[in-house]
Design a protein around this ligand. Structure first.
Ligand code: AP5
Ligand code: MG
Length: 213
């Protein structure tokens, strides 16, 4: 299964991605996670990406595209993959098409998770992530059993630097201008599966799996 997850910040891409990759046993490729790992490790790439991410802006296409190309060439992507948060511009979408064509591969579906603006802001601001294993929670919609502690590994939960209200609002604006045109791009290619991201996590997951099968 070769999938792309599309949707605004806080729509639930990462949350659904974690469940979908388990189901299909495919790698979860999140460009946001790759950048955050590089920031943590203090790499040059991380330093460059952080300048943009902290402002809620997109990292330049050339940087993102080369990372994804390298990642797709790895062995674990042979049987499929799920791209979360890439492509994010039409330019990146075209670059992905070229790369896949050269690899003799095609996307199976682009799952587009739609959620209204007010809900996105509430979701992003309330998000908490485990420092050790990366599991995602929400203080209201998906709280851990014990406040501030991960259910899976008992790691400490933290808030992402770009989950402040002003930055989330900027990210949504950027999404509207630069990423939303991809819905049209993939609709024309007959790859889009539109889903209503305001539904509860488990119900949405069942709906996506049903539509993919
Ligand atoms: P990235 O990390 O991709 O962030 P994003 O797209 O802004 O999306 P989020 O991760 O914020 O939201 P999500 O949809 O994954 O939601 P989640 O499942 O966590 O990118 C970060 C930055 O990196 C970008 O701003 C950019 O600078 C850079 N970048 C990354 N990729 C790039 C690219 N291709 N090109 C250029 N720059 C790039 O859920 C959110 C919250 O809601 C959680 O708390 C969750 O528990 C809760 N929740 C989820 N689903 C539900 C539900 N159904 N009901 C109730 N609550 C729910
Ligand atoms: Mg995410």
């Amino acid at each position: 299964m070769r999938l792309v997850l599309l949707g605004p910040p806080g729509a639930g891409k990462g949350t659904q991605a974690s469940a979908i990759v388990k189901k299909y046993n495919i790698p979860h490729i999140s460009t946001g996670d790759i950048f955050r790992a590089n920031i943590k490790a203090g790499t040059e790439l991380g330093k460059k990406a952080k300048e943009y991410m902290d402002k809620g802006l997109l990292v330049p296409d050339d940087l993102v595209v080369s990372i994804v190309k390298e990642r797709l060439a790895e062995n674990d992507c042979k049987e499929g993959f799920l791209l979360d948060g890439f492509p994010r511009t039409v330019n990146q979408g075209e670059a992905l098409d070229i790369e896949l064509e050269q690899m003799g591969l095609k996307l199976d579906k682009v799952v587009n998770i739609d959620v209204e603006r007010e809900v996105l802001i509430e979701r992003a601001i309330g998000r908490r992530i485990c420092k050790s294993c990366g599991a995602t929670y929400h203080i209201k919609f998906n709280p851990p059993k014990e406040e501030g502690i991960c259910n899976v590994c008992e790691g400490k939960l933290f808030q992402r630097d770009d989950d402040k209200k002003e930055t989330v609002e900027r990210r949504i604006e950027v999404y509207q201008k630069q990423t939303k045109p991809l819905i049209d791009y993939y609709t024309k290619k007959r790859l889009i599966l539109n889903v209503d991201g305001s539904k509860p996590i488990d119900i949405l997951f069942e709906e996506i799996i049903k539509a993919l099968e």
